[in-house]
Design a protein. Structure first.
Length: 116
């Protein structure tokens, strides 16, 4: 059974940093890409960033230059380093994983709140 375990959400002030982690578990996974989406209250879920198995990355325009996505340790872990956070970054952040032959998996989400 595939499971995505997220950690690192919380409450920070504008301009501060936060780090989100996601670890995927499951047998016989060939991971193609891992990433993050977010959903703010009253808004649709939106893409944030992803990290592909070939090392390439992609970011939403709204987070470019502030967020960095990387894969740490084993390739089944992805980290989102968020800097210069803004109130508009407040949302539930969801980890996603695309693996060969499987549908996209989603984590349960972790709350990030940026407020003074």
């Amino acid at each position: 059974q595939v499971q995505l375990v997220e950690s690192g959400g919380g409450l920070v002030q504008p301009g501060e940093s936060l780090r989100l982690s996601c670890a995927a578990s499951g047998s016989s996974l060939i991971i193609l890409r891992m990433g993050w989406y977010r959903q703010a209250p009253g808004r649709q879920r939106e893409f944030v960033a992803h990290f592909a198995s070939n090392g390439s990355t992609n970011y939403a325009d709204s987070v470019k230059g502030r967020f960095t996505i990387s894969s740490h340790n084993a390739k089944n872990t992805v980290v989102l380093q968020m800097s210069s956070l803004k109130p508009e970054d407040t949302a539930v952040y969801y980890c996603t994983m695309d693996s060969f032959g499987n549908p996209t998996y989603w984590g349960q989400g972790t709350q990030v709140t940026v407020s003074s």
